[in-house]
Design a protein. Structure first.
Ligand code: TYD
Ligand code: MG
Length: 500
């Protein structure tokens, strides 16, 4: 007789243990461990023949020169931002994982992608394991399938009749759908097959029999295989479903996009192996109280990582922000502009700072969007170089728009923003500042300077402060913009605020 084994797994992070714990020792969640029993012998033989991870459709032994290199063809999602973050579109046969907090807009985005495929006369299979088909239909209607969206209206009306702000709005957002007549709407709807199922075996059967051009699985945590004795969301279930989907994607060449939940710490829930198996991992993020949404590529076998897509969530779904820099700078708030590098493009962002005298011994330092440790270091260098004391000054730094800057190239802009507030300097600075600051106040060069300068030129800036070394090594001439090479932090301060 087969022996039964009991394990406990965490419903938050997927951690497995053989003994019950009140608190998960991996993610720290309380009372999140559930019991699962499975048949020891059965699962071992199953592992041998059925759940071998990384199994590919082809298993020929070839030398490198025998392998033919195919041009990677890509499928257009009709969303410029989603195409960008994928590296140019969806690769046939690829497995993509889209992770994000509940409510961020994963299902909305993927339904929009499905509708866009249908508009191009391609069939999509939408596996809705979490929501009923009625809920999906309501969302599709909301996404403007049958309605005229205000932005689409702006695009289609004669541009000369629009006010300046309406025109600017229409130029920076791409509508997710246009108005369709009844015939087109029914054509689009016919192309989307909705399957509210969570049994992975039935799902694989339907993919293989219908052979759609795209499969969307919402979500991997809701799928299960009744042959495995644990509940949906358990690590063994996730592993099994992901393996089966992976094998199907590779053998049929149909691309599959999977939705993945994330846990309290912002990591993808379930076993880490899920991220290793898939070709692309995308993370959907938002900041509280903001309608802006960002998708970052964390892993991409077919494109750059750290690429970022920017959207705005509106009443009728997600809108591509075609010129995010312009949107970020729509409301100037007296900070210093920085040209960041996100993937292959540059984004202009405003860094605000507030420096305020305090009577407390321990002044407050708060940073939003930049590393707090880095702010401490910049303050120390600023104090040493400029002879202003921050010992009894509270300092708050904020990146407008909710993007987290992961690069030190923003140091100069942070330092100038803090200094500006400390001086109570109220004039607007019409400059872009780029540069890393070394411990002795030297300005160090940064990568991709030309992309950053291009973005500043595009947005109409007239002056950039940049590392002197970057300026010396520039291969290209830039017209209509003054480039000021900076060697030392104090030089930048003198340039911007005048010599003291
Ligand atoms: P949803 O796609 O269900 O999120 P997820 O699948 O990541 O959990 O998005 C839900 C949120 O998006 C919900 O709070 C309402 C909002 N939303 C809009 O603002 N506009 C829309 O057109 C839609 C469909 C949703
Ligand atoms: Mg959802």
């Amino acid at each position: 007789m087969a022996k039964t084994k009991t394990i406990f797994y965490c419903t938050e992070c997927g951690y497995e243990t053989s003994t019950y714990l009140g608190r998960c020792s991996s993610c720290g969640a309380w009372d999140s461990l559930k019991e699962a029993r499975f048949d020891k012998v059965k699962s071992k033989s199953k592992l041998d023949k059925d759940t071998g991870l990384f199994l590919r459709a082809e298993s020929e032994l070839l030398t490198l020169d025998q392998i033919k290199e195919d041009e990677i063809s890509r499928l257009d999602t009709l969303s410029p931002e989603f195409n960008r973050v994928l590296g140019g579109g969806i690769v046939p046969g690829s497995l993509t994982l889209l992770g994000g907090q509940p409510g961020v807009g994963k299902s909305t985005l993927l339904l929009q992608v499905a509708l866009n495929f249908a508009k191009q006369n391609q069939q999509v299979l939408y596996i809705s394991a979490e929501e009923s088909s009625k809920q999906l239909k309501i969302r599709a209607t909301r996404l403007g399938l049958a309605m005229k969206s205000p932005i689409a209206a702006l695009h289609s009306s004669s541009q000369s009749s629009l006010t300046e702000s309406q025109l600017r709005y229409a130029q920076t957002r791409k509508p997710c759908s246009e108005r369709f007549d009844d015939k087109t709407v029914s054509d689009i709807q016919e192309k989307i097959l909705v399957y509210p199922e969570s049994d992975i075996r039935a799902i694989i059967d339907v993919i293989e029999s219908k052979e759609p051009q795209l499969v969307i699985v919402d979500s991997i945590q809701a799928l299960y295989n009744p042959d495995i004795d644990s509940v949906p969301g358990a690590p063994s279930q996730i592993k099994d479903s992901a393996t089966k989907l992976m094998r199907t994607a590779k053998s049929t060449n149909i691309p599959i996009i999977i939705v993945g939940h994330i846990n309290k710490d912002g990591d993808l829930a379930g076993p880490k192996i899920l991220e290793h198996m898939v070709d692309t991992v995308l993370q959907f993020e938002s900041k509280q109280d903001s309608s802006l949404r960002f998708i970052r590529s964390i892993k991409n076998r077919f494109g750059n990582t750290n690429e970022i897509a920017v959207y705005e969530m509106q009443q009728e779904g997600l809108k591509d922000l075609l010129n995010p820099s312009q949107v970020f700078l729509e409301q100037k708030s007296g900070g210093v502009i920085f040209a960041s590098k996100e993937g292959r493009r540059s984004l202009l962002l405003e860094i605000q700072a507030l420096a305020l005298n305090t009577n407390y011994h321990n002044p407050r330092r708060l940073a939003n969007g930049v590393d707090l440790g880095r702010v401490h270091q910049i303050l120390a260098i600023l104090e040493k170089q400029s002879k202003i004391s921050f010992a009894s000054v509270d300092v708050y730094v904020n990146v407008v728009g909710g993007i987290d800057l992961g690069e030190t190239a923003s140091d100069l802009a942070v330092a100038l923003a803090i200094y500006k507030s400390a001086l109570n300097y109220t004039q607007n600075l019409d400059i872009v500042a780029i540069g890393e600051i070394g411990l002795s106040g030297e300005i160090r060069s940064v990568t991709d300077i030309e992309a950053r300068i291009n973005e500043a030129v595009k947005l109409g800036f007239k002056k950039i402060l940049l590392p002197a070394k970057n300026l010396k090594n520039l291969n290209k001439k830039f017209e209509g913009i003054e480039l000021v090479g900076i060697d030392k932090l104090i030089e930048a301060i003198d340039r911007v605020f005048g010599k003291k």
